[in-house]
Design a protein around this ligand. Structure first.
Ligand code: G3H
Ligand code: 13P
Ligand code: ZN
Length: 333
């Protein structure tokens, strides 16, 4: 048993309380590799931002849970080495799909877990979430739950259409489960293709897709039902078109990739939305930089040569999100 406090990590409780009161959101960046971890820590330290480093089931399968936990421990020490006296770093399980997986993470250094029962019938979602909360709270680990279904791929759960969270259910759900935060569905979705072209209009000048707006009316209704309760947005990458263009220019093929406009995420951050999940934008930033570097340096084959610009490009993106979209810069302490 390794408790997260031994690793210098923190849970989300205080962080979320301050974020909701302060009208900003904490960045939740997924990571699978050392370079992503380094870029996240450098960005958080330089902007003096709290940060959530999150690991999916797929990331654990790819990189190994023990290695990821030690990367998170390393992240705390690295942040201190970079001059941050008291880093606020959460190690979070993203989309936990069973009690056993959540327990394993809680027992092995995670400070926060998500139990995603959103694809289950309502009462089953409540029962599973409650069971995880009861276990997690014994160790002061915070729990994110989900109500409503996002369109797209949620790990192995595929939802053809999104089903917005029903505001009339949130009080009952939060009260009966005791969860610490709630992920809701208001039109975001996972991946780099968040909307089908027929759901969008096209910008006549650029030919790029313009997505439909998020359901802010649903968000505000939920906020009214649960004043001050921490709300989470998944699927919140913006799919920057310059990165998509770079990928396509250097041999990639991502036609009509489209994300959530950053102005809408900025607006959401000012509400009870206090955690915003971003994974795909990091993948795009990394892939764009690597494709460009290798196309321009066909004779190079040392991974350090192409991973360095990839790391720098991800760091630039993380800083941009923190400062210009979520507003969590300067919020340490
Ligand atoms: O919500 C899903 C995250 O982007 C994680 O994706 O399961 O491919 O690691 P993954
Ligand atoms: P994106 O695919 O939009 O980055 O969403 C990531 C996410 O929600 C992780 O849980
Ligand atoms: Zn997600």
């Amino acid at each position: 048993m390794v408790n997260y406090k031994e690793l210098g990590l923190v849970n989300t409780r205080e962080m979320f309380k301050k974020a909701v009161a302060g009208g900003y959101a904490i960045p939740a960046f997924n990571f699978n590799t050392m370079e992503q971890m380094q870029a996240i820590v450098q960005a958080a330290v330089e902007t003096k931002s709290p940060v959530i480093m999150q690991v999916s089931k797929g990331a654990r399968n790819y990189a190994n849970g023990t290695i990821l936990r030690n990367l998170a421990k390393g992240a705390v020490e690295y942040a201190k080495e970079l001059g941050c006296e008291k880093p606020e770093i959460v190690l979070h399980l993203d989309h936990g799909d069973s009690f056993e997986l959540c327990k394993d993470c809680i027992d092995n250094g995670f400070s926060s877990v998500m139990i995603d029962g959103s694809s289950l019938p309502y009462e089953d979602n409540i029962a599973l979430t409650k069971k995880v909360v009861e276990y997690a709270h014994q160790f002061d680990v915070t729990v994110e739950a989900e109500l409503g279904v996002l369109a797209g791929v949620e790990d192995e759960v595929v939802a053809e259409e999104s089903h917005y969270t029903k505001p009339e259910e949130v009080i009952d759900f939060a009260t009966r489960t005791g969860c610490d935060s709630l992920a809701i569905s208001i039109g975001t979705s996972h991946g780099a293709y968040k909307f089908k072209p027929e759901q969008c209009t096209r910008d006549p000048k650029t030919g790029k897709l313009v997505p439909p707006p998020l359901a802010f009316d649903v968000l505000h209704e939920i906020e009214n039902k649960l004043p001050g309760f921490p709300i989470v947005l998944h699927g919140s990458s913006s799919v920057p078109q310059d990165e998509v263009d770079t990928i396509n220019k250097y041999g990639g093929n991502l036609p009509d990739a489209v994300g959530i406009p950053e102005e809408q995420l900025r607006e959401a951050s000012k509400s009870a939305v206090c955690k915003i999940n971003i994974d795909s934008d990091s993948r795009l930033a990394m892939t764009a930089a690597i494709r460009k570097y290798l196309a321009e340096h066909p004779d190079h084959f040392d991974p350090r040569q192409y991973l360095k610009p990839a790391r720098e490009n991800m760091k630039k993106m993380y800083i941009h999100k923190i400062v210009n979209v979520l507003g969590s810069d300067g919020k340490l302490g």
